[in-house]
Write a protein that binds this ligand. Structure first.
Ligand SMILES: Cc1cc2nc3c(=O)[nH]c(=O)nc-3n(C[C@H](O)[C@H](O)[C@H](O)COP(=O)(O)O)c2cc1C
Length: 213
């Protein structure tokens, strides 16, 4: 499988890191086209303390815990609008933008994109491939909501970075991964965690999270 993963300047760089880590660990993803916006590198520096601006392949691989010479992740410059993900004739299964800023979301929703992330998303939609957006902002204004509705109607999957707590996460990693596994579910990438809700059996005075069968 091949995917494009874009990281933009919304809060939640860790979601991007873990999405890439779990894609790499899946064993079925053979190539990842990685695109980062300038703001994404600023946010990663603030949130993860890592400088990804102008990062080379080896640094990205180290960041993801991959062998330095791994050829899984192909880094594309944001201004390289001739890179492989810019064309629908380049076969791949889909694209995820994680996290997705309101700026990038608006650019894609308007169809007036200016960089490789916008172009690749536009191409993914026009080819009828899976486009997943993981927006993060709070609160949403009417423009954000209208843009999400517009994109949803155009075929995009909106998976907001709003993690659930029903699996009782004990660590930030567990909280993050729960969302990441939902993203992978939508992309059809296998992972080790069970994300399927088994049903809740209600008995007098207690709630049991178990299979209904
Ligand atoms: C630390 C930090 C956190 C940010 N968090 C968000 C956010 O959660 N959502 C958002 O839409 N923009 C956020 N921004 C603003 C975006 O980075 C900014 O709008 C940027 O222009 C987006 O550009 P891009 O879409 O090309 O990445 C944040 C900026 C910084 C510096």
């Amino acid at each position: 499988m091949e995917f494009t993963v874009a990281i933009t300047g919304a809060s939640g760089s860790i979601y991007a890191q873990q999405t890439l880590v779990h894609m790499a660990a899946s064993g079925v993803v053979e190539r990842i086209n990685l695109i980062m916006s300038q703001a994404a590198t600023t946010v990663a520096r603030v949130e993860l303390g890592i400088d990804l601006a102008g990062a080379e392949k080896a640094k990205i691989n180290r960041w993801l815990g991959l062998p330095v010479d791994s050829r899984l992740v192909h880094l594309h410059r944001l201004d390289n609008i001739a890179a492989k993900p810019s064309s629908g004739s380049h076969p791949q299964q889909g694209m995820v933008i994680v996290p997705c800023s309101m700026g990038t979301l608006g650019a894609i929703a308007s169809g007036a994109g200016t960089n490789l992330i916008h172009r690749a998303a536009d191409v993914t939609l026009k080819e009828g491939r899976k486009l997943i957006l993981v927006p993060r902002e709070t609160p949403y204004n009417a423009i954000h909501l209208e843009n999400m509705l517009r994109l949803s109607r155009a075929g995009a999957h909106i998976i907001p970075a709003s993690p659930g707590f029903y699996h009782r996460p004990q660590t930030i990693e567990a909280l993050v991964d729960h969302l990441v596994f939902r993203i992978l579910d939508h992309l059809g990438v296998p992972h080790s965690q069970v994300t399927q809700w088994k049903g809740l059996k209600q008995q007098p005075g207690e709630l049991i999270n178990t299979s209904e069968e």
